[in-house]
Design a protein. Structure first.
Length: 319
């Protein structure tokens, strides 16, 4: 019974820590930037859990559960203490009142993971497709214009814009949080401010997928144009100087190799996305069966894309 009370006291303490972090986040622009920069570094968690993690380990680089690190064939250093996180737990048979249990995460620096693999994992967080900054900015602005956020929640759009800029490698120095100056915002409760952050996180994730797809299409189109140009140039050169059967075989082999490389790069992007989703878990989508369904649907789509790309690669490799 005493152990159960200790757990309950710990959970109450975590909620108190989260409230203080959120209060500091909305105190000024510097506090907001600090919170959002941490969110970019440690993705996949709700506003409440992000605040809890920031309060406990502000210098975290990559947080994962014991199970995640075990899948990496690595282990936690002896004596290391985990970082507590709240995991929703609905009492059996009710399906209504949500309670919480404690989960434990460990930073990448608390493991014996090889330095080379550490850098590889951390680099996945910088998984930015090559594109001009002006092109990416235009897409972000166009996507956010579609967002019908209520006027009183304009701060959620400003937050989403900041997160998208950071996630796609754009400078955020020009961005401001003008809506933070509203008197109505200062009067909002911690609960309301937490909701603003969660709304912003959902807007960010939705448009991040859309923007990534548009960027992939642009990169693919440029690669296809470059390939067509190269083929045309080689064809013109062959017509002028003549070509042998060996030349054609070499061209076909190079074309196949390039296609396999392109497919492999796309496959890695989806695998990285799968790992981020598994790390964050369903709680990163929020509480409720609808969010759980959306999480499972998104995860299924990612895994289907992984299987399709792998089949294409296998087919080309064996041909």
């Amino acid at each position: 019974m005493e152990h159960l009370q200790d757990k309950e006291d710990r959970i109450v303490g975590l909620f108190a820590q989260a409230e203080e972090v959120i209060r500091q986040t909305f105190a000024d622009e510097q506090g907001m930037r600090r919170f959002l920069d941490y969110k970019v570094r440690i993705p996949g968690y709700s506003a409440n859990n992000t605040a809890i993690l920031l309060a406990q380990r502000p210098d975290a680089k990559w947080l994962g559960s014991f199970t995640l690190w075990k899948r990496e064939n690595t282990y936690i250093h002896a004596g290391e203490k985990g970082v507590a996180v709240l995991v929703p737990a609905v009492p059996a048979g009710t399906g209504r009142n949500v309670t919480f249990k404690l989960g434990w995460l460990f930073d990448i620096d608390q493991t014996n993971l090889a330095e080379e693999r550490k850098q590889e994992l951390l680099k996945q967080r910088e998984n930015i497709l090559p594109a001009e900054a002006s092109f990416v900015k235009a897409i972000i602005e166009r996507q956010l214009q579609k967002e019908r956020t209520p006027q009183e929640d304009m701060l959620a759009k400003e937050i989403a814009q900041y997160l998208l800029y950071r996630q796609f490698g754009l400078s955020t120095t020009e961005l401001q949080f003008a809506a933070m100056g509203q008197n109505e915002l200062k009067e909002k409760s911690i609960t309301d401010k937490r909701k603003i952050l969660d709304v912003a996180f959902k807007i960010t994730e939705y448009h991040k997928r859309e923007i990534t797809q548009l960027m992939e299409e642009k990169v693919k189109g440029e690669e296809e144009s470059e390939t067509e140009k190269k083929v045309t140039e080689e064809k013109e050169a062959d017509e002028e100087g003549g070509s042998t059967g060996n030349d054609l075989e070499v061209q076909e082999a190079e074309g196949k190799k390039k296609k396999i490389e392109d497919l492999t790069e796309r496959l890695q992007l989806y695998k990285d996305r799968e790992k981020v989703m598994l790390t964050g878990g369903v709680q990163s989508y929020g509480v409720g069966s609808r969010n759980a369904t959306r999480y499972n649907t998104d995860l299924a789509e990612v895994r289907r894309a992984i299987n399709e790309l792998q089949e294409q690669i296998d087919t080309l490799s064996s041909a």
